[in-house]
Ligand binder design. Structure first.
Ligand SMILES: Cc1ncc(COP(=O)(O)O)c(C=O)c1O
Length: 361
């Protein structure tokens, strides 16, 4: 439930108390940092542990977006994403905690066990799910579904400045952990980039941390690993959202910062997407197995597997400490409601059956 003390621990609220920003407390912060033993100077930011209800990177996004919905008096929240969207699961599980009516509009993706696990939860617990048979209908249906003043529409990944501000808070939180001696100042941060929200927010937050004098030493290089094809994860989209996030910060009473400084931190690590969004790759599966051996955070086949593979390749050539941003929730999913699944349209049940049959060896 809404825990007011946790809201004060939000990085932005803590270090910029005068900021005009509503935050609803959904996560538990700071998320831990720990070494990934066996890989040298590699560390992990355990965003996967951001909430025992459902963790991962999307919790921070929702804390600002759902707070804004509450401020507007909206009682319904509609999330947009793929069938197996982590963001949809996070919105449904956390939206319910706030007493919101939760709805999802989903488009198809390749069937995989991870995606199926998520879809089962969304189908079981959302108040309403519209699962399209083709992505072509998505823009029009999204526009139509979100009509009505009482509905907050959350775009895929929550990739708007307000959502990204949550991750700017994570950068300040990380700065405080470095200063407390919990990890060395990373020279590199590696994470998956999909909707661009997390990476953009982090870039903005690093520049802010530096401006506030919180970041010890040089700012790290941010290695974003695209898990969706161009142009969804194009460089201009990431840096554009970082710029708009910095503008939003200034607009809300924060400092005005130069977006070129955020853009200068970004490196895109191509080559890990494979055949497309949601399609498992050999390198990704190998990375997940390696992380499991090392007692590392869980990796999923859509996102974190691919950033994990990039980390394993990159860590040797990179100089200085490397920090892996663990974005996939490690909280156990609630059990699905079989009666809801039985009532799902036949094409969705077929999709779920195909996903269960996918062999990831
Ligand atoms: C597990 C996981 N990792 C990484 C990402 C990518 O984050 P973003 O969409 O903010 O770029 C997502 C997005 O949903 C995700 O679910």
């Amino acid at each position: 439930m809404n825990a007011p003390d946790a809201a004060t621990k939000h990085g932005l609220r803590q270090f910029l108390p005068g900021l005009r920003l509503s935050v609803v407390a959904l996560g538990q912060y700071p998320t831990p940092v720990q070494p990934l033993a066996g890989l040298g100077d590699v560390w992990v930011k355990r965003e996967d542990q951001s909430s025992p209800v459902y963790g991962g990177n999307k919790v921070r996004t929702l804390e600002t977006l759902l707070a804004a919905a509450q401020d507007r008096g909206q009682r319904r929240v509609l999330c947009l994403g793929s069938y197996g969207s982590n963001h949809a699961v996070a919105t449904v599980l956390h939206g319910r905690r706030l007493g919101l009516v939760t709805e999802a509009l989903l488009f198809p993706q390749p069937p995989t066990p991870t995606a199926a696990d998520n879809l089962r939860v969304t189908l079981s617990l959302a108040d309403r799910v519209t699962a399209l048979r083709t992505i072509a209908a998505f823009p029009w249906r999204a526009w139509r579904a979100g009509r009505g003043k009482d509905c907050a529409v959350i775009p895929p990944g929550g990739a708007v400045p307000l959502g990204a501000l949550g991750h700017a808070g994570a950068a300040l939180e990380l700065a405080a952990q470095i200063r407390a001696g919990l990890l060395p100042s990373p020279a590199h941060i590696v994470l998956a980039v999909g909707s661009t929200c997390t990476t953009a927010g982090l870039l903005a937050g690093l520049v802010l941390a530096r401006h506030l004098g919180l970041w010890p030493g040089d700012l790290p290089r941010v290695h974003a690993v695209p898990v969706t094809p161009w142009p969804v994860t194009a460089r201009f989209r990431i840096t554009g959202l970082a710029r708009r996030t910095l503008n939003a910060l200034a607009h809300r009473g924060g400092p005005r910062l130069d977006p070129r400084r955020a853009a200068a931190l970004l490196t895109l690590r191509h080559g890990y997407l494979g055949w497309g969004y949601g399609r498992p790759t050999r390198a990704g599966l190998a990375a997940a197995a390696r992380f499991a051996q090392l007692d590392g955070p869980p990796l999923d086949t859509t996102y974190a597997n691919k950033s994990g593979a990039a980390l394993l390749d990159a860590r040797r050539p990179l100089d200085g400490p490397v920090l892996f941003w663990a974005t996939k929730s490690s909280a156990p999913l609630p059990p699905p409601d079989e009666s809801q699944l039985a009532a799902a349209p036949a094409y969705l049940r077929r999709w779920l059956a195909r996903a269960n049959g996918v062999n990831l060896r």
